[in-house]
Design a binder for this molecule. Structure first.
Ligand code: G6P
Length: 459
């Protein structure tokens, strides 16, 4: 039997917006390579089926698993998004630790492992994505699955001191130990995971750089995720009416993010206000469009960030707007990908300023969307994983509105030659490490991953 790729992620393509970068990346990867994609069904059901539902998609096979409302509350809203997400994004203050949510998380992972047994074949290469499924390989191993199993974490790996806030921190390392290959977005994340391993009594770091967790050896590496540059560029349809209309000589500053407290949106709004307050006659006039579709709206922390932004946008527009001009256009409706791409193309400045981010594919999309002859300028947070690869952007501290405001001003006044040079460097980077490079490199490493002879670290 020949090798088949089996991808697991909570979200699958073709369900509901907003989706985030992961879904687009996996959709592009599976469309190019074929295989099977397993994920959760869009709607909850009263009693989840025992089996996966087959839902073929174009170019690959898709299987969906059911969640009940209780599963959704405990597994998705609860442990995944009110414990692991804030933990990994340095917001331990927002963690909501509840034993029933932890148990619900384990139950969904165990049930999915049972259901996957029916569709898995001997030569399948299994690739599990993101924090919803840390324990899935451990559950599959318990059921006798010996296939190669890889994991990729799309979000940051938590810092060592933050892990102390997790009641089950040693389980996290134990779960990781059931994979053959763990992929992270950046070198920063690799360093954090190595620190967590050092702090764990039953693990060690081998001289080869691999991890020993119990009796297993796990390979570990950063694989910065990329985008399908051509497919994103092809989405720009210049023949349709522009999605945004600007006044004469008016520049566009653009941000697009899932509405999330990790994205640094209040600081970004303050940064734009700083630009408005420090504008002089030589600085072009600019409107800031922020698209931030509502995400995980049932979680209190997400309701709070929404209220904060609405209040801030109103206050800034009240203070700086004129009867025929609103400096900030803030919308929480999702925008289709083609309109995002077209709007990026129109923008003079792309603002990507998360307080922390695994990678941030919006930064890469913004570069892909530009006209190389007259490109817009990317203002990028130093704390996004993307900054490790994209230092030709204007890098800023996302906590400091004066840096964001200053960078907007710099971006709007940068000479054409420098804009072109920075853009060419960034474009070459995202073209060479694109989504196909990412998939190929990860899967080559997963195929090669195997137990190695015992090479203990001698300090
Ligand atoms: C991030 C996560 C993904 C998640 C996406 C959207 O990109 O890494 O796993 O799917 O956000 O979040 P949601 O909760 O709406 O699926």
């Amino acid at each position: 039997m020949s090798e088949r790729l089996v991808v697991v992620s909570n979200r699958v393509a073709g369900d509901r917006p907003p989706a985030g970068g992961l879904v687009f990346a996996l959709h592009d990867c599976l469309t190019a390579n074929g295989g099977v994609w397993i994920g959760s069904a869009a709607e909850t059901v009263a009693s989840p089926a025992d089996k996966l539902h087959h839902a073929p998609a174009q170019g690959y096979d898709r299987y969906l698993f059911d969640l009940s409302q209780i599963d959704h509350d405990r597994f998705y809203l609860g442990y995944s998004n009110s414990v692991l997400w804030p933990l990994c994004h340095g917001r331990t203050d927002l963690m909501d630790l509840r034993e029933d949510h932890f148990n619900g998380y384990l139950d969904v992972n165990a049930r999915l492992a049972d259901q996957m047994k029916d569709v898995l074949q001997q030569d399948d290469l299994i690739w599990i994505h993101d924090y919803h499924f840390f324990p899935l390989a451990r559950e599959l191993r318990k059921r006798g699955i010996t296939n190669r199993i890889g994991f990729f974490l799309h979000i940051p790996f938590p810092a060592g001191h933050d892990l102390l806030a997790l009641s089950h921190a040693s389980d996290l390392i134990d779960w990781i130990g059931a994979y053959d290959l763990v992929g992270l977005q950046s070198e920063r994340d690799v360093a954090q995971l190595l620190q967590a391993v050092r702090d764990h009594p039953e693990t060690e770091i081998l001289r080869t750089g691999q991890l020993r967790v119990g009796d297993r050896v796990v390979n570990l590496r950063a694989f910065p995720i990329g985008i399908d540059v051509n497919s994103f560029r092809d989405d720009i349809d210049m023949s349709t009416d522009a999605p945004v209309h600007l006044g004469q000589d008016e520049k566009l500053v653009f941000g697009v993010d899932r509405l999330d407290y990790s994205k640094g949106l209040p600081q970004r709004f303050d940064g734009f206000e700083h630009y408005l307050e420090h504008r002089d006659a030589d600085t072009p006039s600019a409107t800031f469009l922020q698209v931030a579709p509502i995400s995980r709206g049932e979680v209190a922390a997400y309701q709070d960030i929404r209220a904060t932004l609405e209040q801030k946008a109103g206050a800034i527009n009240g203070a700086h707007g004129t009867p025929d001009w609103m400096p900030i256009r803030y919308i929480s409706q999702p925008m289709v990908r083609a309109s995002v791409a077209r709007t990026m193309r129109l923008a003079s400045v792309g603002l990507v300023t998360p307080l922390i981010d695994g990678m941030n594919l919006v930064a890469k999309e913004f570069v892909a969307a530009q006209d190389p002859e007259d490109p817009g300028v990317l203002v990028l947070s130093k704390l996004a994983g993307a900054a490790e690869q994209m230092d030709a952007a204007l890098l800023v501290n996302p906590y400091d509105p004066s840096q964001i405001g200053g960078a907007i001003r710099t971006a709007l006044t940068l000479p054409l030659e420098e804009r072109r040079a920075r853009h060419a460097t960034l474009l070459a980077g995202i073209e060479s490490q694109d989504i196909h490079w990412w998939t190929r490199t990860y899967l080559e490493n997963l195929r090669r991953s195997q137990m190695v002879p015992d090479v203990r670290m001698t300090a």
